[in-house]
Design a protein. Sequence first.
Length: 205
Amino acid sequence: MVNPSVWLLSAIMIFASFNSYFYFSWFPSYLQKGRGLSNAEAGLLASLVLGGGAIGSLSGGLLIDRVAQLGHDPIVARRWLCGGAFALAAGFLVLALTWESATGLAIGCALSCLCAMSTQAGWWSSVIEISGRHLGALFGLMNGLGVFGAMGSQFFFGAFADWRKALGYAGREQYDPAFVAYVVALLLAALCWACYRSFKVESNP
């Protein structure tokens, strides 16, 4: 498989999954161990972040469609809207980490999730566009590759926290440096979208 669109969409899914699965699993633990919150407080703020992701998933497609309806090339619109959304997600995550308040952190992370998840409709549209009669197989391949990002996220954050603990760090100093990896993943997803061009699988360039 030499189609660059397939490789870029697969990479985007890997980077996006690496970021999103942190919130699905480790984020409540981080709030408790890194920010000193109770289980109930951590659950409430984690729900706020996931709520931001849900809003992004619902609104992203509407925004892309609206831009296309204004006469813009839909492929170019997806490329720049999705790339810009991932770049904004990285910026909001960096901003979130500057807040001493756990509530401020959660709001920043919710905005980051909203931006990152708003790209889902654009990713789906691009997969449909290039796959033709191979949609089922290619969606399964590209979406399945996201498992590597999801698994990597789970392993990385836990291993990083253990390593920092062994060095004598605790609280935010133990956990916060790990977020650099998630910022980088979001920026790499933005870069992949900026490089994306739509090449149909049955007519490789």
